[in-house]
Design a protein around this ligand. Structure first.
Ligand SMILES: C[S@@+](CC[C@H](N)C(=O)[O-])C[C@H]1O[C@@H](n2cnc3c(N)ncnc32)[C@H](O)[C@@H]1O
Length: 312
């Protein structure tokens, strides 16, 4: 569509048309649109979608708009202004988010502001929609021999729903805070929800899945959590595995954008939850400190994340 027609269809004041033209140029420079003029009408500006803007369309099967809505919400942006204070203080256990809002992120979104909480779950649903489809399509092998699986911090169960459907013989549990899983039901008989605190006890299983969990916590908390994971997979003398989907800083598919995304997420985790993204050595140290010394640790690049398989 020519830009003039698009502008005429927008609910904006006519005096703002020039600004829309300028905005389109910025968005084109940053890769959101691409300019494609018609040789026969060179005076008419025309733009087309790029991959970056296509995933923002409502009817895209992996629409990522909920993700951007939540990370760009003013309540999640304001804590960034606390970063300079955070740098100056010696007590680094309190996240910039907690300094801004007076409570940790998880308490804020589950108890204090359910609207942001719902937005956050929608964001994770869109992210898990993409990741789960890549997982069951390209990495089926990690589930070989797995009869029971717990998705630790599995949120509303998007990952588990795809896994339970693809592996009907496997018993899948979505384990998350009681407030998050209250009233939720699976879409198949081999799937259920269990509420609890992963730092207290995790239901026993052959395999534990943790997607976007360990990057939410500092090293000390991760070691506590991984020790609980070890208890859950070694229950009744069995030796199961842990499957982690998270960023491995430096593990990239060659494009500049991957590393930029990894480093941006590192900052986002620090600001919101006092967590961090880890490089391969930092991941290895975590497993070593949690008693996984005789386990193999295999990170594989998978879309923008890595799949880390930890098995005996
Ligand atoms: C970043 S989200 C990841 C959700 C899901 N794994 C995904 O990738 O779509 C982190 C999840 O951890 C859960 N969580 C936080 N603290 C927890 C705790 N102490 N016990 C169990 N789950 C917890 C949150 O409720 C949230 O659903």
């Amino acid at each position: 569509m020519p830009l003039s027609e698009l502008i005429a269809s927008l609910p904006i004041h006519p005096s703002k048309a020039t600004f829309v033209r300028r905005l389109m140029r910025i968005l084109t420079l940053s890769g959101i649109f691409s300019q494609q003029n018609d040789d026969e009408l060179p005076e008419e500006e025309r733009y087309v979608l790029t991959n970056a803007s296509r995933i923002l369309l409502k009817d895209h099967p992996f629409c990522m708009t909920p993700f951007f809505h939540v990370i760009l919400d003013p309540k999640l942006l304001k804590p960034w202004y606390q970063l300079s204070n955070w740098f100056k203080k010696c007590d680094t256990n309190i996240s910039p988010f907690e300094t801004e809002h007076g409570m940790p992120f998880w308490e804020f979104i589950t108890i204090h502001d359910p609207k942001i909480g719902n937005g956050f779950q929608d964001a994770m649903t869109s992210d898990s929609g993409v990741v789960s489809s890549v997982l069951v399509d390209k990495f089926k092998g990690v589930f070989e021999g797995v009869e029971s699986l717990v998705d630790v911090g599995g949120g509303n169960g998007t990952m588990a729903k795809t896994i339970a459907k693809s592996f009907p013989q496997m018993e899948c549990i979505v384990f998350d805070l009681p407030e998050v899983v209250a009233g939720l039901q699976g879409n198949s008989e081999n799937m259920k929800y269990v509420g609890g605190d992963m730092f207290e006890a995790i239901p026993a299983a052959d395999a534990l899945l943790m997607k976007c969990i360990l990057h939410d916590w500092d090293d000390e908390e991760c070691v506590k959590l991984l020790k609980k994971c070890k208890e859950a997979i070694t229950n009744k003398g069995k030796k199961g595995k842990v499957i982690i989907i998270d960023i491995v800083v430096g593990n990239e598919n060659g494009d500049k954008g991957s590393l930029e995304l990894q480093l941006l997420f590192d900052m986002e985790m620090k600001v919101l939850v006092n967590g961090k993204e880890r490089n391969e050595k930092e991941w290895a140290n975590l497993f070593f400190s949690s008693g996984f010394n005789n386990y193999k640790i295999i990170p594989i690049m998978m879309s923008s994340r890595s799949l880390i398989e930890v098995y005996p």
